[in-house]
Design a protein around this ligand. Structure first.
Ligand code: BG6
Length: 497
């Protein structure tokens, strides 16, 4: 039977109970259930693997299935539309699902979960709840004997709101799980192009000798979103773009661009190298922060012809909020490879386009023999993560015709047509890693804390300055000060060049 109609395979990983705390939450129905469905569809789960949603709702299994049908299925509709025997496929996925009604603060309620958990089965607990609940959940799971040596726990971000709270969470979880059982997820590490960046860097001999200053003049990392805060203001207004995106996703991307070749792909070898990068980030002084960081907040504007409200008018945003929805900043890495190469990081909501990209800008030719050198542009490696994955090297070529005029052309690493294989979404790939016990693409405790060490002074300085974030119109690339930040080093953001 075809694997994408009725997957029934047995797997070397064996059956697993995948237990999702926050089973009725946003992340579960938008990302986790669709990812697990895809894993099911492509026969990546053992026939006896079960998925247990946990929530405080007073639901039985039928109630949860109704919820999944209503909320999660729309995110799976496209895959189902393309699948043969879609109804049977969906039904076979639902057969894996059950629900445990648990008020996570009530130890006795965990018996509900213990009662439906398969005996002697490996368990994965995915904690997609507020981090303030992590300790109680771990303690209560241990008390009802659901934790053993084989158990794995996945911690969703945000892992703390500053260094002290991140340390506290790590300390608390460490009372119940060894570090090798803890999977701190950053879904950017599951994106295909991000993983490909490691192969690009460490699998291609031509790149390594030039992958350093002064051959590289600057690095830009942009994660621009067109969405606004949506219904998440309760969380987001306490968090802001620096904590939500820079402390984790953007710094992880920076690590992969900047790290030294690890001695192997062993999780600790890779994470040792990323940690070194984080520890080499030059600490920012208050003067650096004033000069080299820009925080913004979106105002009403329009995106793709649609009017959208400003942050202050979004549901549940407190009046006078000073939360930033945009950050750009210049970071420096104090090591031999990257001394004097600025790394510009930028992220924002309600920007002109949804685009995540890394731009490696190489230094100019020291001297040009060509007339029309004004057309000359620096070589750039443009690694696009979203909306479409691509890797392009921008080169100069001769314009056809008489004369020796130059024009920029792209050497295109056409990944889409080079590989016919299915490209799994980040969450699916990372969940499979958890099932297989592969920690390489998850953050180690010391990495997480090192990221906070660097970010925290920025938060402190912003809070002390009393300045409000700079307004920017929705549908733009952020406040003008963000362009000025680049201009001070005679650089421009990629879309302005
Ligand atoms: C999440 C942030 O971690 O990443 C969200 O909390 C953000 O605010 C999201 O929208 C972006 O992820 P992606 O994969 O859509 O770029």
């Amino acid at each position: 039977m075809r694997s994408d109609t009725q997957p029934t395979g047995t797997h070397p990983d064996g059956p697993i109970d995948i237990v999702i705390f926050g089973g009725a939450g946003d992340l579960a129905f938008r990302k986790l259930i669709p990812a697990l469905f895809s894993a099911h569809q492509h026969d990546k789960l053992d026939a006896d693997t079960r998925i247990i949603g946990v929530g405080r709702q007073d639901w039985g299994r039928d109630g949860y299935l109704a919820f999944i049908n209503e909320k999660a299925k729309p995110f799976i509709e496209k895959a189902l539309a393309e699948a043969p025997a879609a109804d049977a496929l969906w039904q076979s996925f639902l057969d894996r699902l059950s629900f445990a009604s648990v008020d996570v603060t009530n130890p006795a309620a965990y018996e509900n979960l213990a009662a439906i958990s398969q005996p002697n089965t490996q368990r994965v607990f995915y904690l997609a709840t507020a981090p303030s609940l992590f300790t109680q959940i771990c303690a209560n799971l241990t008390a009802v004997n659901l934790v053993d040596e084989r158990t794995r726990v996945v911690l969703e971000k945000p892992l703390g709101h500053d260094l002290a709270s991140a340390r506290a969470i790590n300390d608390e979880v460490a009372q119940y799980f060894r570090e090798s059982q803890i999977y701190r997820i950053d879904h950017y590490l599951g994106k295909e192009t991000v993983q490909n960046l490691m192969v690009l860097r460490f699998g291609n001999a031509i790149l390594e000798p030039i992958w350093r200053g002064p051959n590289i003049r600057s690095v830009q990392i942009t994660v621009a979103e067109t969405v606004g805060v949506g219904s998440r203001a309760g969380f987001y207004d306490q968090t802001g773009a620096l904590r939500d995106m820079v402390q984790n996703h953007l710094l992880q991307l920076l690590c992969i661009v900047a790290m030294e070749p690890p001695i192997s792909l062993d999780p600790n070898d890779v994470r040792d190298e990323k940690l070194k990068v984080l520890r080499s980030l030059r600490p920012m002084t208050p003067a650096d922060i004033k000069r080299d960081t820009v925080r913004g907040q979106y105002q009403a504007g329009s995106i793709s012809g649609q009017s959208v409200p400003g942050y202050m008018s979004e549901e549940n945003v407190p009046k006078g909020s000073r939360t930033e929805t945009f950050v750009s900043l210049k970071a420096n890495i104090n090591n031999a490879r990257w001394a004097n190469v600025p790394f510009y990081l930028r992220t924002g909501k309600r920007m002109q386009e949804r685009r995540s990209e890394i731009i490696i800008e190489f230094d100019d030719m020291p001297f040009s023999i060509f007339s029309g050198a004004a057309n000359s542009k620096p070589n750039r490696l443009v690694i696009t993560l979203q909306p479409e994955e691509s890797i392009q090297l921008q080169m100069m070529a001769k314009e056809p015709g008489s004369g020796m005029n130059m024009r920029q052309v792209n050497l295109n690493l056409d990944l889409q047509s080079a590989f016919s294989e299915r490209r799994a979404e980040a969450y699916e790939r990372l969940l499979i890693d958890v099932i297989k016990g592969r920690l390489t693409h998850f953050m180690r405790r010391d990495e997480l804390e090192a990221a906070w060490v660097w970010v925290e002074p920025i938060l402190t300085e912003w809070a002390q300055s009393g300045e409000a974030p700079r307004p920017y119109n929705a549908g733009t690339w952020g406040p003008a000060a963000s362009s000025a930040l680049m201009a001070r080093s005679n650089l421009t953001w990629y879309e302005e060049s």
